[in-house]
Design a protein around this ligand. Structure first.
Ligand SMILES: Nc1ncnc2c1ncn2[C@@H]1O[C@H](COP(=O)(O)OP(=O)(O)OP(=O)(O)O)[C@@H](O)[C@H]1O
Length: 365
C-alpha cells in the first residue's frame, strides 16, 4: 500500500508547527499549507499575516517540507465575514472562528488539500477524534485548559475522518517544550488572541466601518435614562466596560453591566451587579444545529453544555429537538446567554455538536 500524504495547516504558530514536526517524526509524508484569509487593510504598517507566513516558511524549512500558500480571502469574506456582519447588524454577537472552521479550514482547505492529492489534513487544534462503529467522533483535547472542541462542533464526521490533530493528546507546556527541543524557530511565539482578522486592534472602530449604528438611550433596570449609547452593535450582554457612564444612587463606584438590548426601540438596558438577575437564564433555544455524527441527541438526554468558550461544563437536559430547533434547560441559571453565540453539547468527553443561540428566558423589560 502506498504511504498516505498529509497536508498540515501551518499558521506559523507553535501548535501547528509541532503538529507538523510530530507527523514528520512518525515518518509520515507531509507538506504544509499557509492560508491567507484576510487582505490587510490599515494596520499602520504592521502586517501580522506576513510575519505568520514567514514563520510558517521558516518552520517548513527547518523540517525540510514543502510549504504551499493559498489565498482564501474571497471565500472567507463570502462565507464567514458576511455572516459575521449580518449577525452584528441584527444585534447579535457571532463567533466567526466557528464559521471559519466549518467553511474554510474543514471545507475550502480540505478540498484544496485533496486536489493536491493528499489523503488527510492535520491542524494544531487541541481536540481528538475516535472512530466508533465506523463513525468519527470529536473528543475534547487532553489539555482541558486548551481544549478547542467548542470551536469545532460544526465540523462533521466526514471531515473528521480525514483529519488529524497531532497535539490533541498533549498539554500546551509539552507542545512548547517539544518545539524548543526540536529547534523550531517559533517555540516561544506568543499565542494568537482575539478574532483573527481584527487581531489586536480596536474592535468597535473596526466594526463601525462595516455596520451602521444609531445612538440611543441607555436606561437603568429601574427605567431611568442615564446616558446615550453609540450603537447597540458595540455592546454585548453581560459586558462591563465601555458604557461611559458614572455610577448613581449611593453606589457610585459599582460597575455597570449590559443587561438587555431592546433592538426594536434601540435602547440599552444596564444595571449594577455582575450577576444581576436580568442576566440569568435557565432555558435557551438554538437553531442552525450541527451534529458531528449527524444524529441529534434524544429528547430528555442529560448532557453538559457550554454557552461560551472556556465556560465550565453546565449540566442540562435536552427539552426538545425538532427540525432545526432545540430547547435546553439548565440545572443552574446561566449568566449572559447571548444570541448569536454557540451552545455546544457534550456527553462526557465527546463533543456532540450544538447550535446558535436565538432566545433565552432571562427577564426582559
Ligand atoms: N493562516 C493559517 N494557515 C494555515 N493554517 C492555519 C492558519 N490559521 C490557523 N490555522 C490552523 O488552524 C489551527 C488552529 O488555529 P488557531 O487560530 O486556533 O491557532 P492556534 O491555536 O494559535 O494554533 P497555532 O499555534 O498553530 O497558531 C492551527 O493550529 C492551524 O493548524
Amino acid at each position: 500500500m502506498s504511504k498516505r500524504r498529509i497536508m498540515v495547516a501551518m499558521s506559523g504558530g507553535v501548535d501547528s508547527s509541532v503538529s507538523a514536526w510530530r507527523l514528520k517524526q512518525d515518518g509520515e509524508d507531509i507538506a504544509g499549507m499557509f492560508m491567507k484569509n484576510w487582505e490587510e487593510d490599515d494596520r499602520d504598517g504592521v502586517c501580522p499575516a506576513e510575519q505568520d507566513a514567514d514563520d510558517a516558511r521558516a518552520v517548513a524549512q527547518a523540517l525540510g517540507i514543502e510549504l504551499h500558500t493559498r489565498n482564501f480571502a474571497l471565500e472567507y469574506w463570502d462565507q464567514v465575514f458576511e455572516t459575521f456582519l449580518a449577525e452584528y447588524r441584527a444585534g447579535r454577537t457571532p463567533n466567526p472562528d466557528i464559521l471559519c472552521n466549518r467553511e474554510i479550514k474543514f471545507r475550502t482547505f480540505l478540498d484544496h488539500a485533496r486536489d493536491l492529492g493528499t489523503d488527510a489534513i492535520a491542524t494544531g487544534h487541541y481536540c481528538r477524534t475516535e472512530a466508533r462503529d465506523g463513525v468519527h467522533r470529536l473528543l475534547r483535547g487532553r489539555d482541558s485548559n486548551k481544549d478547542q472542541s467548542y470551536f469545532l462542533y460544526a465540523v462533521g464526521h466526514e471531515q473528521l475522518a480525514h483529519t488529524l490533530f497531532p497535539v490533541g493528546d498533549m498539554d500546551k507546556g509539552d507542545v512548547r517544550q517539544a518545539a524548543l527541543d526540536a529547534g523550531l524557530p517559533v517555540h516561544d511565539k506568543k499565542d494568537s488572541t482575539g478574532i483573527c482578522f481584527i487581531g489586536e486592534r480596536d474592535f468597535n472602530g473596526f466594526l463601525a466601518k462595516y455596520v451602521d449604528t444609531e445612538p440611543g438611550e441607555i436606561r437603568t433596570d429601574d427605567g431611568r435614562v442615564i446616558g446615550e449609547h453609540n450603537g447597540l452593535a458595540f455592546h454585548t450582554l453581560g459586558q462591563r466596560q465601555g458604557l461611559g457612564i458614572g455610577g448613581v444612587r449611593g453606589r457610585p463606584d459599582a460597575p455597570w453591566y449590559v443587561l438587555h438590548k431592546d433592538l426594536d426601540n434601540n435602547i440599552l438596558y444596564v444595571g449594577q451587579g455582575h450577576d444581576h438577575e436580568w442576566l440569568r437564564s435557565t432555558e435557551l433555544s438554538a437553531s442552525q444545529l450541527a451534529w458531528v455524527t449527524g444524529a441529534a441527541p434524544q429528547q430528555g438526554a442529560r448532557l453538559t453544555a457550554k454557552v461560551r468558550y472556556r465556560q465550565a461544563d453546565q449540566a442540562c437536559i435536552v427539552e426538545s429537538v425538532e427540525g432545526d430547533r432545540m430547547a435546553l434547560v439548565f440545572d443552574q441559571p446561566q449568566r449572559a446567554v447571548t444570541p448569536g453565540q454557540s451552545v455546544v453539547l457534550y456527553d462526557h468527553d465527546e463533543c456532540l455538536g450544538g447550535g446558535i443561540i436565538d432566545t433565552m428566558n432571562a427577564y426582559t423589560p
